[in-house]
Ligand binder design. Sequence first.
Ligand SMILES: Cc1cc2nc3c(=O)[nH]c(=O)nc-3n(C[C@H](O)[C@H](O)[C@H](O)COP(=O)(O)O)c2cc1C
Length: 452
Amino acid sequence: MSPRKQIILGAYLGGVNHHTAWWRPDAGSQIDFSTFAHTARTAERGKFDFFFLAEGLALRERAGQIFDQDIVGRPDTLPVLTSLAAVTTHLGLAGTINATFNEPYELARQLATLDHLSGGRAAWNVVTSFDAFTGQNFRRGGFLDRAQRYERAAEMIEALRTLWASWDDADLVADATAGRFLGRRDAGAFAISGSQFDIRGRFTVPRSPQGRPVILQAGVSPEGRDFAATHSDAIFSPYGRMPEAAEFYRDVKARAARFGRAPEAVKILPSASFVLGDTEAEARERYEHLRREQITGKTAQILLEQVWNRDLSAYDPDGPLPDVEPDPDAPPIIQGRALVHQDRVATVTRWREIAESKKLSLRELVIDQFERGPFVGTPTQVAQQIDDFVQNDGSDGLIIGSHLVPWGLDEFVDRVVPLLQERGSLRAEYTGTTLRDNLGLPALPRASGRPA
Ligand SMILES: Cc1cc2nc3c(=O)[nH]c(=O)nc-3n(C[C@H](O)[C@H](O)[C@H](O)COP(=O)(O)O)c2cc1C
């Protein structure tokens, strides 16, 4: 029998979606430092591997109007993570940062600096952006089509790795007697040239504690999967339910093996949520109530429009699914949301079958299908569900968001974490100091071996 997997846990904070009850009077700010600090400290109390931030570089729009949830705001990722380094000691700090609109030299500096300031806890979640629309906020409006975004992302990762490897440990040895620095003559020297970048010079930041920050990736297309299997240490996936989760897990691990990597070198981490109750019935009731709050009729229409790519505002949310066909070729009606359901026509056909067999209205179908794989039940049941999901290779862990920012995670840490620890599936104490240690990733070779 294979050994029990240790569950990797990330704590996701993000109110800019329909999973978070951001409008509630008891919800806190999405941008105050206290919100980030509380969530991070709570995650660390629960021995989580890392804190995780998504990124939004543009306010999302539907037919020219911004999404209501975007009014909660979305600050810049790196300063938030850097400030959290000061109030935590073991927690990894993972930031989603776009590879399309950043430059390698500055991003390599920022992430290496975070790795230094946090003592080896930095991670970069590489995304390529949903659409050209985001580019309008930058000097490259409408920049790069999808295939080229991945080409740029691959060159970006290679470039960052080159920059991070441009110093080795020998460069940090000072000669105390001579009172001078014994760096190699070529410390930090780099030259990078490809279809996207042509840069050379010296990198300003010495080798960071992890050698390089941990790399995550979020993207589900075949190109995205190959990209993750080649370049990343972990993948943030939207598949939190069996059997899709296990199918995705097998697929990405097989791709990693095809690229000559050990399957366990790429961790699969779906986003997930939870609802607890003292009894199963109470948890279910809380969950049903929450889902109806989260998916109003209007939200249901908008989420479906993302797949239909048509104005569906005339359809009654409490009536049947729209009888029109999706329009994949029209300009996108929704701007700035990831299209998780890649094949619109196949998705609509499947949803019609589900709605028919389960007798679901438009809104009920959305409540049923737009889910992050919630774990619902008593703390004992939720601990068991999570453990079973991971041990049965639905994933290597979860990136958990709670519907109430910033206090929602407390309940999970107080009530579920001890049970996962009792089951032997979650650490009782941190054993290493870096995020790589937390994740059980192999250490990177230390010195480059270049002559001093
Ligand atoms: C689970 C998941 C989470 C994502 N989170 C973000 C995000 O926070 N910010 C962002 O700009 N893009 C995010 N993306 C999307 C990427 O920008 C982009 O859609 C993806 O890299 C495109 O690749 P794909 O076609 O392979 O899915 C996310 C994608 C997925 C699947």
